[in-house]
Design a protein around this ligand. Structure first.
Ligand code: RTP
Ligand code: MG
Length: 148
């Protein structure tokens, strides 16, 4: 079953959005297989956002993501990578649809509440960067048979 890395960014934690975001993914039918509140060290932030190291906003991005605790999660389910990106909405909240997380709660591209892996390769890389395999749990739920 597919897995993806999802993170409530420091603005989302400060604005009390952890519960809402977890609830959206739970109600959709996805399964939480790992989660932790953490403060991202600068080096991990630079590695995580390495694809943007040449961009003018890189310093600001690393500064923001390390500015306070984040809530890091791994979610599992059919097509979870692409579906999570749809649930998040477009990167810039001025372009994200209503009823998406960024569309409902974001106003600026710099503080857009949530991160989610954008491909199977990113998901594998980011899960490995943020979680030890011992922190991820495979388990059955009675509701699985009503979801699939
Ligand atoms: P994320 O990686 O955080 O999930 O966001 P994303 O895939 O939707 O967007 P991405 O292109 O990977 O950009 C990473 C983050 O950089 C910030 N950004 N700022 N000032 C700007 O023009 C600009 N462009 C991107 C955003 O906070 C974005 O989430
Ligand atoms: Mg991205």
């Amino acid at each position: 079953m597919e897995r993806t890395f999802i993170m409530v960014k420091p603005d989302g934690v400060q604005r009390n959005l952890i519960g809402d975001i977890v609830e959206r993914f739970e109600k959709k039918g996805f399964k939480l297989v790992g989660a932790k509140l953490m403060q991202i060290p600068t080096e991990l932030a630079e590695t995580h956002y390495g694809e943007h190291s040449d961009k003018p906003f890189f310093g600001e991005l690393v500064g923001f993501i390390t500015s306070g605790p984040v809530f890091a999660m791994v979610w599992e389910g059919e097509n979870v990578i692409l579906t999570a990106r749809k649930m998040m909405g477009a990167t810039n909240p001025t372009e994200s649809d209503v009823a998406t997380i960024r569309g409902d709660y974001g106003l600026t591209v710099g503080k857009n509440v949530i991160h989610g892996s954008d491909s199977p390769e990113s998901a594998a890389r980011e899960i490995d960067l943020f979680f030890d395999s011992k922190e991820l749990i495979s388990y059955e739920k009675d509701s699985d048979k009503w979801t699939y």
